[in-house]
Design a protein around this ligand. Structure first.
Ligand code: 48H
Length: 255
């Protein structure tokens, strides 16, 4: 039985990796914006993979802020709570609250059920670049490789190809930062908090920031120098949705 259990784990991993080494869309980061993007794409039968450095998905979506559970959502994003079948409380017109563990686990479950691939405990390391510096995939390694002593951690990463990559890595905007390291982008960094302005601007700016690369969520603030939105998450969901719609449109044009 032991060898059957081991064999089952290895066989499934190999099958998934072989399939997702050539994805249509790779989402780097499994927080609210990345999951939302992956959910919408998977629902449209797009071959989408989420690469997440932690063992768990959800990013900052488990907590509402300051280690307190209530996640706030501002209009019009409560429509996504309705779609996910999550009950919420109205605090005032246009401001809603939902327990973080509930909305986060619902979003994760919906994304997995829709068919998105999940590669957790794996960190983004670099971009694959093709003609005219188009982003054509990601270079990844086991997250644990970076915390090993240098002599052991000198394990080469592997590459996964994609037609579109989405940077949903939150404040760090890791994929965009890698382009900056390579002299292809100048990252202004996110600005001070201004919830109303930020939420609208982040959704509006969600999209391609470089050929082959879409940015969503808090990474949009970092990439375009927009104000931060603090502990409220409606724009994260709407940003992921817009990123998915633009990725889908781009894939259809390529067909
Ligand atoms: C693989 C990686 C890597 C890497 C990071 O931070 P997140 O929750 O991101 P968003 O943009 O979906 O949501 C932001 C929100 O949680 C938040 O912090 C807000 C609204 N802040 C406002 C403010 O003013 O501060 O999730 C990002 C995910 C996490 O799960 C990371 O572990 C993951 O990306 N990630 N995964 N390789 N190199 N870097």
């Amino acid at each position: 039985m032991e060898s059957s259990v081991t064999g089952a784990i290895i066989a499934q991993f190999a099958e998934d990796m072989k399939s997702f080494s050539q994805a249509e869309v790779i989402v780097v980061g499994g927080g609210p914006s990345g999951l939302m993007a992956a959910l919408d794409l998977a629902k449209k039968k797009v071959k989408v993979l989420v690469v997440e450095r932690n063992p768990h998905l959800g990013g900052g979506f488990w907590l509402g802020g300051f280690f307190m559970n209530t996640v706030t959502i501002r209009s019009p994003a409560e429509s996504i709570l309705d779609e996910l079948g999550v009950k919420y409380k109205q605090f005032e017109k246009g401001l809603y609250g939902v327990p973080g563990p509930l909305i986060c686990s619902k979003l994760i479950a919906a994304t997995c059920e829709a068919g998105a691939g999940i590669l957790n405990m794996v960190s983004f390391d670099d971009v694959v670049l093709r003609e005219r510096n188009r982003v054509a995939g990601v270079v990844v390694n086991w997250t644990s490789a970076s915390s090993l002593p240098k002599a052991i951690s000198m394990v080469d990463p592997i590459a996964l190809e994609a037609k579109v990559v989405i940077d949903a890595t939150g404040h760090d905007a890791c994929v965009v930062r890698k382009l900056e390291e390579r002299g292809l982008y100048k990252v202004p960094g996110f600005g001070a908090m201004w919830i109303e302005k930020s939420e609208d601007e982040v959704v509006k700016h969600s999209g391609f920031c470089h050929p082959g690369l879409i940015v969503t969520g808090m990474a949009v603030s970092t990439t375009f120098g927009l104000p931060r939105m603090g502990p409220t998450f409606g724009s994260m969901l709407l940003s992921g949705r817009r990123g998915a719609a633009l990725a889908y449109e781009n894939l259809r044009k390529k067909k």
